[in-house]
Design a protein. Structure first.
Length: 138
């Protein structure tokens, strides 16, 4: 069993959902692991990582609209230390999560045909985001 671990610094993204699969696949190619598992961990509490459809960009827009409609602008939020988008960003992050575990088969992520990895950016003015990628296998 081998273990490969590195970080991936993502550029700052606008608020919304962004497909980052290709950036993660580049890291996988550096690992020389053909069968195993990749864990992707996002080191932030106001963004998220999830898997969803990778073909039709309207899915990304619908995801943003749903979560914004569901979580933003609640009058009862107390935590607004970094602005009005602060607490909504934390809630979206908790709902969607900060980590994924994806099987690796034949040196590729074993995602479904229409699946892509999304960064959910939940802040209006976000900074760069850091992912820790841990790949284990043979």
């Amino acid at each position: 069993m081998r273990i490969f671990q590195t970080t991936l610094q993502l550029k700052p993204y606008a608020r919304g959902f962004h497909i980052i699969t290709s950036q993660i696949e580049k890291i996988l190619s550096q690992s020389n692991i053909s069968t195993g598992t990749m864990n992707i961990f996002l080191q932030h509490t106001s963004a998220s990582i999830t898997i969803n459809e990778n073909v039709d960009p309207s899915v990304q827009e619908d995801m943003e609209n749903f979560f914004s409609d569901s979580v933003d602008g609640k009058s009862y939020y107390i935590h607004t230390y970094e602005g009005e988008d602060d607490m909504p960003a934390h809630i979206k992050s908790s709902l969607l999560g900060q980590s994924l575990s994806i099987p690796i088969t034949n040196k590729k992520l074993n995602l479904g045909t229409w699946q892509g990895i999304y960064l959910g950016e939940h802040r209006d003015y976000a900074s760069a985001r850091t992912l820790v990628l841990t790949i284990t296998g043979e």
